[in-house]
Design a protein around this ligand. Structure first.
Ligand SMILES: [Zn+2]
Ligand SMILES: [Zn+2]
Ligand SMILES: [Zn+2]
Length: 261
């Protein structure tokens, strides 16, 4: 697989940071790293552009990153903070239907919550034109030049998808990894892992839990994402071991060409 870049379009939890109406030090921080849209990433290999999740700020994220075209969209799960920006796929599906890859559960949510996007005609204002593809766990799929392996992970009592592309893994909103998914984390070079806050949470890894999991799989480079306002970027970044980092909005990292699976 060709080298590709990963841009963090957003790195915040479901409320984003600052949280509406909150006056805590992180929400009032002057450090731009503490300003976080909801979590999403963009993969680009010089020829193709692949988006993971459409957050409520997707329009703002697309404008901020000068995004003008998309080849496909992947969904990790259907929670509002990863999903509700779906209507802004309109502009990326004017000429032809945009391929969307997700679990069967997310397809049901598109039908239930955004059923109008599956109509065959446009009402005033237009609708996104999506070509839905259901992902099967552990079945690798070629999507816009990327070899994508969907890996089920636990998010509270829900199973959602992490994605492995070469030796890169994006695993947001994780609270645990089922034993049958663990082998797919072997030999991961770059791991992006959700980590909500210092205190435990029923549906997300804490900082300690994320650190322990990343260490257990031997990830060479780790980026924590999906952070809440309990976490000051500079403080957590200074506390982590040298191979672990706190992701921030508009950070771009490169995934090298030695990441074959
Ligand atoms: Zn989330
Ligand atoms: Zn706050
Ligand atoms: Zn979630």
């Amino acid at each position: 697989m060709n080298p590709f870049s990963v841009t963090f379009l957003g790195t915040g939890t479901s409320h984003g940071i600052p949280v509406i109406g909150c006056s805590c030090p992180v929400c009032f921080s002057s450090d731009p790293h503490d300003n976080r849209y909801r979590s999403s990433i963009l993969l680009e290999d010089g020829h193709h552009t692949l988006l993971i999740d459409t957050t409520p700020e997707f329009r703002l994220q697309a404008l901020r990153s000068s995004l003008t075209s998309l080849d496909a969209v992947l969904y990790t799960h259907d929670h509002a903070d990863h999903f509700n920006g779906i209507d802004d796929l309109r502009v990326f599906s004017k000429v032809k239907a945009l391929p969307v890859y997700c679990s069967g559960e997310v397809v049901s949510s598109i039908k239930d919550r955004f059923g109008y996007v599956l109509k065959s005609y446009d009402e005033a204002g237009g609708i996104p034109h999506l070509q839905l593809h259901v992902l099967e766990p552990y079945q690798k799929v070629s999507i816009a030049g990327f070899e994508v392996l969907p890996i089920p992970i636990r998010h509270g009592c829900k199973l959602i998808l992490a994605f492995r592309i070469g030796n890169f893994i994006y695993a947001t909103d994780s609270s645990g990894i089922p034993p049958e998914s663990l082998p797919y984390f072997e030999d991961v070079d770059t791991l992006v892992l959700g980590s909500l806050r210092y205190r435990p949470h029923p549906t997300h890894f804490s900082v300690d839990e994320a650190t322990a999991f990343a260490t257990s799989v031997g990830a060479k480079r780790v980026y924590l994402t999906h952070l809440c306002h309990d976490i000051s970027h500079s403080k957590l970044d200074s506390e982590l071991p040298s191979h672990m980092h706190v992701a921030y909005d508009m950070l771009t990292i490169t995934i090298g060409d030695n990441n074959g699976q």
